[in-house]
Design a protein around this ligand. Structure first.
Ligand SMILES: Cc1ncc(C[n+]2csc(CCOP(=O)(O)OP(=O)(O)O)c2C)c(N)n1
Ligand SMILES: [Mg+2]
Length: 344
């Protein structure tokens, strides 16, 4: 899927479409999970759509992103297909990881999506690696890592930023400050007013932006990308946002009230952007309604296809799991296939 040019009217409509798609997809994922249709866990991105879409709108198709356990929105923002995503949530063979990854491991390297990640803080080192590859190959691409406020105190993030800053790598570190790491409020996790102050330790630019404003996120990432491509090194961006749903589906959320959530919903990113586009004459009310119903049909169709799709054959359980170009690993993989590794 092509990158969005949010500076054009069509690009703005596409950004709105992708935000709506994220919301519809994750609303459906929540329903399906509640009905016992999906294995594992799902962490929904509802409320945070402007961060993923604003950031990916400032990227080109061949740029890279790394994601988190809350990755569906990043995938859609980067242009991944709903059917393969939903099938992956179901653990079906036609999913992005042939059904072996599930919600927390969707990846599509060809689309520049280097993976959702169940390990908090594991994305930034991958982004630093992708940025190093880009620098060594002399390519005009950047790597952006999405991570949460709960990941900011993770050691590997600091190792990743330090190397990227020291080597002037074309990387962008984007914290989605959704105010909580699981049930812990951000102010109980960090001794900082703004998480973007982290940048000072690495002598790189750091900004805090309104993560409920898709164009504010876009502008910050656009500037960071420009800097990265000029070989001026990484930028650290904090986007202030809020998740409307629990940390995971089923979370009883004793750490906040409905009133807390309502305050953020008044500033809803989709509603704000919709109003702006209507006021500017970019989209009409009826075009918006049509867009919403088309998206709803697409999500329903993706869910239907995923439900009907086949599970992977048990004989494929160990396929794509090992780097078989390394003889020792290949031997191990073969053993796993024959006896499940019992005789090692
Ligand atoms: C290394 C590691 N430690 C702990 C966990 C358990 N865990 C999963 S999500 C999460 C909170 C993450 O919070 P944040 O980074 O703010 O992301 P958010 O869920 O708010 O999007 C934790 C502690 C984990 N998955 N990985
Ligand atoms: Mg968080």
């Amino acid at each position: 899927m092509v990158a969005i040019d949010i500076e054009t009217q069509n690009g703005q409509k596409e950004a709105l479409r992708r935000m709506l798609t994220i919301r519809a997809f994750d609303t459906k994922a929540g329903e399906l999970f509640g009905d016992g249709e999906l294995p594992g866990f799902v962490h929904l991105y509802i409320g945070e759509e402007a961060v993923g879409v604003g950031a990916c709108s400032a990227l080109e198709e061949d740029d890279y992103i790394t994601s988190t356990h809350r990755g569906h929105g990043h995938c859609i923002a980067k242009g991944l297909e709903l059917e393969e995503m939903m099938s992956e949530l179901y653990g079906k063979a036609n999913g992005y990881c042939n059904g072996k990854g599930g919600s927390m491991h969707i990846a599509d390297v060809d689309a520049g999506m280097l993976g959702a990640n169940g390990i908090v803080g594991a994305g930034p080192p991958l982004a630093t690696g992708a940025a190093l590859t880009s620098q060594l190959k002399g390519e005009d691409t950047v790597a952006l890592a999405f991570f949460g406020d709960g990941a900011v105190a993770q050691g590997q993030i600091h190792e990743a930023i330090n190397l990227a800053a020291t080597w002037d790598l074309p990387a962008i570190f984007l914290v989605e400050n959704n105010q909580f790491g699981e049930g812990t409020p951000v102010e109980k996790q960090h001794n900082l007013q703004n998480l973007s102050e982290t940048a000072e330790a690495y002598n790189i630019p750091g900004f805090t932006v309104d993560g409920m404003d898709v164009t504010a996120v876009y502008e910050a990432v656009k500037e960071a990308r420009k800097r990265a491509l000029e070989r001026d090194g990484p930028t650290f961006i904090e986007a202030d946002t809020y998740r409307y749903r629990g940390h995971f589906e089923g979370d009883q959320q004793p750490y906040r009230t409905d009133e807390d959530i309502a305050i953020w919903k008044e500033n809803d990113a989709i509603e704000r952007f919709r109003e702006r586009l209507i006021d500017a004459g970019t989209i009409t009310e009826s075009e918006f309604d049509k867009m919403e119903s088309e998206i709803s049909e697409q999500v329903e169709a993706a869910a239907e296809t995923a439900k009907e799709a086949d599970y992977p054959d048990p004989s494929e359980a160990y396929d794509d799991m090992f780097n078989t170009s390394v003889p020792e690993i290949n031997d191990f993989a073969q053993q796993m296939r024959t006896d499940g590794g019992e005789n090692r």
